[in-house]
Design a protein. Structure first.
Length: 443
């Protein structure tokens, strides 16, 4: 909605709270709740938040070693400037609107390491090359008839899946979660996030929601808001959803397939699969996939999803309408686009879309070669570049490469590498349930 609509809703009591949010490095929405009248009075000034939000771990602990902010610098403020194009009612919350913000310095310079800033720069690069980027995220998730609090109390064991058999496209089993999935669809649609469908997926209690395509920054915003909406809606219903890439070693992983196309002068520039733009676009995306793997798979758990015959890719290959390939060309003519199947549902959409755009633009500008399409079962192919098998391998690829530094700059790459190394080191220190089950008695 536009600001005048918000003023009217505040005046008649329909809205009394505005959530000012921005994505952190994990892709989580963080921020604060403002009194709606105060937000309207100060909308041009913005608000502030501690800059440690871009330098903490999952537990909100400040992490040493970042140059962006640290104890020596005193953990100052960052300036949150509302992007009023994102202002909308948060239908799932009582009398609440939500707006996404850009993180800036007090001099109104974009903070380079903020994920929304990273994507904005690549959108600007695409525009300078004459392209508009259009995208859509498909998100999968598991639903549990267990509250988040109870799940935490049991160390996330013995959770009750919402379904008890694989329900891919299964309408009867899907109807059993319609109290939740129906609420998800209605709240998203009422909050300015147009929905296409929900469906059962290939796991017990697993589902997928598809929302309408949009310009890429708007889609990244919709992606982040979708996850936030589903979690808060499930929480209020005494249930839980998870967007982990791999929640159970014996079950399916959850993906976030990214559909991307380029438009120029109102036409899809990828409509001709034999043209230079298409070939450069996909050739570039594939050429940099290994170096930028951590932008698509940012967590230790992300790599547990890459298993043969799992619907998740294990090799960097492309094909038309082939779900064993990491890159799948779908649609035709004006709807033709590339679906990247590398990201899991745990992906930070701002960083993943930024990586995709940067790679594709490089492919177009430099005429990077597009390999021949792969026919058959990519899982069985022995001579293709492999998707990194672990976060440590992905970190090594990013450290050794030069492309990321060329397009994103040293500040962002060094910051993100430190974030990734911190996550990998935390896992190496952890004692897991697997270890206790395997070794407690029998070692």
């Amino acid at each position: 909605m536009v600001i005048e609509q918000l003023r009217a809703m505040v005046a008649d009591g329909r809205v009394d709270t505005v959530v000012c949010a921005f994505p952190d490095l994990y892709g989580r929405l963080v921020g604060k709740r403002l009194d709606a009248s105060f937000f309207l009075d100060t909308v041009e000034e913005g608000t502030h938040a501690c800059d440690y939000l871009l330098a903490v771990d999952m537990e909100m602990e400040p992490v040493a070693g970042y140059s962006f902010t640290n104890w020596d610098k005193g953990y100052g403020d960052l300036h949150l400037v509302a992007d009023l194009d994102t202002l909308r009612v948060a239908s799932w919350l009582d009398r609440t609107a939500i707006v996404l913000c850009d993180a800036e310095t007090d001099d109104h310079e974009p903070i380079a390491v903020a994920p929304r800033s990273v994507l904005r720069r690549q959108v600007d690069s695409a525009a300078a090359a004459g392209f508009d980027v259009v995208a859509a995220s498909e998100l999968e998730y598991f639903v549990y008839r267990t509250t988040y609090r109870d799940a935490a109390s049991s160390a996330y064991t013995a959770l009750e899946p919402a379904g008890w058999y694989i329900e891919d496209y299964h309408l009867l089993q899907g109807a059993r979660t319609e109290d939740l999935n129906g609420a998800f669809r209605r709240h998203l649609a009422a909050s300015g996030i147009p929905v296409e469908s929900t469906k059962g997926e290939w796991g017990r209690g697993q589902h997928e929601v598809n929302i309408r395509y949009a310009s890429v920054l708007e889609m990244a915003d919709r992606h982040a808001l979708l996850k936030h909406c589903l979690k808060e809606t499930a929480d209020r219903a005494g249930a839980a959803v998870t967007f982990m890439a791999k929640v159970d070693e014996g079950g399916a992983g959850s993906s976030s397939h990214l559909h991307v196309s380029l438009w120029r002068d109102g036409e899809n520039a990828l409509s001709d699969a034999s043209g230079d733009v298409f070939r450069g676009f996909l050739g570039g995306w594939m050429a940099h996939a290994r170096e930028l793997a951590a932008f698509y798979a940012p967590n230790v758990n992300s790599y547990k999803r890459y298993q043969a015959q799992s619907w998740a890719p294990t090799a960097v290959a492309w094909s038309r309408d082939n779900r064993t390939a990491g890159f799948r060309v779908v649609g035709s003519g004006s709807s033709q686009r590339v679906e990247c199947r590398l990201p899991g549902a745990d992906v930070n959409p701002y960083l993943a879309y930024a990586a995709a755009i940067a790679s594709a633009l490089d492919g177009i500008e430099n005429g990077l070669e597009l390999p021949a399409p792969f026919d058959g079962d990519v899982y069985e192919a022995a001579d293709l570049p492999r998707v990194p098998a672990s976060l440590d391998e992905a970190i090594a690829e990013l450290e050794a490469g030069t492309f990321a530094r060329a397009v994103f700059g040293d500040e962002l790459v060094d910051h993100y590498l430190h974030f990734l190394r911190t996550e990998a080191a935390a896992f190496r220190r952890a004692v897991t349930d697997w270890e206790r089950v395997r070794y407690f008695e029998r070692i």
